[in-house]
Ligand binder design. Structure first.
Ligand code: HEM
Length: 368
């Protein structure tokens, strides 16, 4: 499909699908043609959030939130991420079988972000429940289940809003070393974020950062099992090979498969004429397996040089949390390999892919 039609019209969805590496790159780079303002009817919670803004508003907001995501700020979290990883792994020590998703890759990013946001330890359980519910899919594919899930999600988001407002009041009185305190004080050219924007940003972090990092960690372990020879080398030289292995998992099994854009002016892409007002889905997951860009694209190759994948996007919306996700994955995988170098798939394991068009991962990973 990618080779025959790097860009194609999907009549059912009434959107353009973009699969080719060069074409996806163009969509992500040409922000004046391919707008991120995909919600325009005032109904989406994320309409005015970072991910769905264009310059100049996007530039202003990104400059401010960048202050909470500096490389130094990320580095400072390293010992806490290691400690949380150890606690989660200590809790399953000695068990015959564990579900990596439930016990490690799922709770870790939520607990880390809770601490980074300054959620007090006593509230972290409640916070994790909200966060789970905010991203939970419908119980099944029926219209009833979908509408029930939407209602539930709206309720949860309302609760999260109220909760973050409380935290903001607390941090105004007692600023500490956390993202909310930094954002309350940060300003660029005299502009700072409103409280509404801070709350919206916190909720965006939960949605953008949790399930994605979970899937990166789980996809890595699953891929190591599938490629034992590559894993043997990684295991022998984790310091040298793990960072490259993580990049290759991001390319090979991209946790975020695609992103939406809105066409602002008529444009030709991959030989097709796109019209202003149409929607585009840039399939980074497909682009990341484009043979024109990656030799042996269907193989898991570590180290792959160069590895210019687009799993974190590109350009002005390049993932703000990429350094954090990479660091979390490296710490967790290193600790996992240290404790369980010869882990195996459990006999009870069956492959249950996530029922999602845009998220790539599996629901559980039973290991012994
Ligand atoms: C943006 C992927 C983890 C926060 C993005 C985009 C991608 C992405 C593809 C660009 C979307 C677009 O251009 O429309 C991922 C993957 C992750 C990950 C694969 C994990 C493996 C995180 C984490 C955080 C985070 C841990 C924060 C805690 C964000 C934010 C944006 C973003 C705030 C919007 C940036 C902007 O619009 O300027 N991410 N992400 N992400 N991500 Fe991530």
């Amino acid at each position: 499909m990618r080779e025959e039609a790097p860009v194609r019209w999907d009549e059912e969805r009434r959107t353009w699908d973009v699969f080719g590496y060069e074409e996806v790159k163009t969509v992500l780079d040409r922000k004046e043609v391919f707008s991120s303002r995909v919600f325009r009817d005032g109904k989406s919670l994320f309409e005015n959030g970072l991910l769905n803004l264009d310059p100049p508003k996007h530039t202003q907001m990104r400059d401010i939130v960048n202050k909470a995501f500096t490389p130094k700020a990320m580095k400072d979290w390293e010992p806490r991420i290691q400690a949380i990883t150890n606690e989660l792994l200590d809790a399953v020590e000695g068990k015959q079988e564990i579900d990596l998703v439930e016990q490690l890759s799922y709770p870790l990013p939520v607990l880390v972000i809770a601490e980074m946001l300054g959620v007090p330890a006593k509230d972290q359980r409640k916070f994790k429940d909200w966060s789970d519910q905010a991203v939970a899919g419908p119980a099944n594919n029926s219209e009833e289940a979908k509408s029930e899930q939407l209602q539930k999600q709206q309720q949860v988001v309302g609760e999260l809003y109220a909760y973050f407002k409380e935290i903001i009041e607390l941090k105004k009185k007692e600023p500490a070393d956390d993202i909310i305190s930094v954002l309350l004080q940060a300003s660029v050219n005299g502009e700072s974020l409103t409280e509404e924007e801070i709350v919206g940003f916190c909720i965006l972090l939960l949605v953008a950062g949790n399930e994605t990092t979970t899937n990166l960690i789980t996809n890595a372990i699953y891929t190591f099992l599938e490629y034992p020879e590559v894993y043997r080398q990684i295991k022998n030289e984790p310091d040298e090979l793990l960072p490259a292995a993580i990049e290759e998992v991001l390319r090979f099994r991209s946790p975020v498969q695609a992103s939406f854009r809105f066409v602002q002016e008529d444009v030709v892409l991959g030989g097709k004429e796109l019209r202003a007002g149409e929607y585009v889905i840039a399939w980074m997951g497909a682009a990341n397996r484009d043979e024109k860009q990656f030799q042996d694209a269907e193989q898991f190759v570590v180290p792959r040089k160069p590895n210019l994948h687009m799993a974190f996007g590109r350009g002005i919306h390049f993932c703000l949390g990429a350094p954090l996700a990479r660091m979390e994955a490296e710490i967790v995988l290193k600790e996992w390999i240290r404790r369980y170098p010869d882990f195996r798939l459990s006999a009870d394991f069956t492959l249950k892919p996530l029922e999602s068009t845009f998220a790539y991962g599996i629901k559980e990973l039973l290991l012994t």
